[in-house]
Write a protein that binds this ligand. Structure first.
Ligand SMILES: [Zn+2]
Length: 459
């Protein structure tokens, strides 16, 4: 009954295309050199005097990704590189006016393990990983461009959903796995289409194996190294079970398929993209040792398909919004599959306390910059945030709590939500006041609707 109700409520957002469109072309060499072109078309959401694009990989090194030319209907446009990660293209647009800008870019994937960062823009002998490997239009929200600092910890991307049409050319023997639906056109030639993607991501793989199965009507496809077959199958099963559970608790999975890909990562166990999640190779290599944490990785990243890909948020100013919800959702998965709430809450509380000792100034609802070098970030934002959601659930009761999460997913589907939006819905569905609990866990301002959005961090 619950599932059918949520299906009906969620249906309107499925399949409707975004107003922003990217046509991307990439060509890659064996040595990780990237050449590409992006045609970004959309509608001005207000009167604009410029378009602002982000080059996320350039935060680590400006030679990782740079722009070589910007043009409109064949005419070159001037642009201002105000920061390695930020490109301003002056352009007068009325509200509602359409635009279409062509940007040519080049890049270089650094080899692992030498590169800084999580390994999400890097290459190894069997995988080229290309996160945010193209100019991404910054979101225009509340009358300003949201241009956040790109820090070396946490997730950097803040973006509106868009439709993507992509062509990828790879050296012989490599295959594409991407957000969206891939099609092989010929040797080394691929096309990908995706709707309502918060970002386009792809990996080029060689020598991988794959296994797929349908879970809750969603095809889950796992990509793994031949020597990690058992782990690759387990990753698919856990991800599929998580899809089934979250569809029941929240609303239907928002994409046509889910891909689960093993790649070498650094300082991260897993990473989420729309319709695609990454799991760290070292965890596959160790499996079945560390089985419980292995399950948590995939249960967490799958939850981001609802809390990040479907309902977006400012991951730099309010990272708790998707991370604490994803962690809490993974707890629901673990308990549904043999775990114990009491033990889990104890572990989360312990992690929260320890992290708070290392970073006593930081709170769950703080922006990324309050966790220099990531100190205390996981313990406070993920685990502390998850304990907060558990306390909310205890106070509200199961029905109102999950009803609120379903309403949040429906109301803010394909948008960027704020902490105060979620808290307002929770309060509306709650039979009792949440004020004290919110003030205790999130601090002043969180509950009043004042928001936690700080300066725009533009540089
Ligand atoms: Zn996460």
């Amino acid at each position: 009954m619950r599932l059918w109700l949520s299906l009906l409520l969620c249906l309107p957002f499925l399949g409707c295309g975004a107003e922003l469109h990217y046509r991307l072309e990439f060509s890659l060499t064996q040595a990780g050199a990237v050449r590409g072109e992006a045609v970004v078309s959309g509608v001005a959401e207000g009167p604009l005097s410029e378009l602002v694009f982000r080059l996320y990989p350039a935060a680590l090194d400006p030679t990782y990704l740079w722009i070589t030319e910007v043009s409109q209907t064949g005419q070159p446009l001037a642009w201002d590189q105000v920061h390695p990660t930020t490109l301003v293209v002056p352009m007068e647009l009325r509200a509602g006016q359409t635009f279409s800008v062509r940007l040519q870019f080049q890049g270089q994937l650094p080899p692992l393990p030498a590169t800084a960062g999580y390994g999400i823009y890097a290459r190894s002998p069997q995988a080229m990983v290309l996160a945010q490997a193209y100019p991404v239009l910054a979101p225009w929200e509340e009358g300003e461009w949201w241009v956040r600092p790109v820090l070396r910890w946490g997730d950097a991307l803040v973006a509106e959903v868009a439709d993507y049409t992509v062509q990828v050319q790879l050296p012989p023997g490599w295959e594409v796995v991407a957000t969206g639906v891939e099609e092989k056109l010929g040797p080394g030639e691929f096309s990908v289409r995706g709707e309502n993607l918060r970002e386009f991501f792809f990996v080029a793989l060689r020598g991988y194996q794959t296994a797929s199965q349908t879970w809750g009507g969603v095809e889950v496809e796992s990509w793994f190294l031949p020597s990690h077959r058992e782990a690759g199958k387990a990753a698919a099963r856990i991800s599929g079970q998580a899809v089934v559970l979250y569809q029941e608790l929240f609303c239907p999975y928002p994409f046509p398929e889910l891909e689960v890909v093993e790649v070498p990562l650094k300082d991260a166990a897993g990473v989420e993209y729309p319709g695609l999640i990454l799991g760290g190779e070292s965890y596959y290599a160790r499996y079945p040792e560390g089985e419980e944490f292995f399950a948590e990785i995939f249960a967490h990243e799958v939850a981001h398909q609802w809390w990040y890909a479907l309902v977006g948020n400012d991951q730099v100013q309010e990272p708790w919004l998707d991370e604490a919800l994803a962690t809490y959702s993974s707890g629901c998965y673990l308990v549904a599959h043999g775990g114990d709430w009491e033990e889990l809450i104890q572990w989360w509380e312990l992690a929260y306390e320890r992290a708070s000792q290392h970073n006593p100034e930081a709170m769950i609802s703080d922006p990324l910059e309050k966790f220099p070098a990531g100190i205390g970030y996981g313990g406070i934002v993920y685990r502390g945030g998850a304990v907060f959601f558990h306390e909310l659930r205890q106070l509200m009761g199961d029905e109102p709590f999950f009803r609120a999460l379903r309403r949040y997913a429906e109301t803010y589907a394909w948008q960027l939500a704020r902490g105060e939006d979620l808290l307002a819905i929770l309060q509306e569905e709650s039979p009792v006041s949440l004020r004290e609990l919110c003030l205790t866990w999130l601090g002043e301002g969180s509950y009043a609707g004042a928001g936690t959005k700080g300066g725009d961090g533009r540089r």
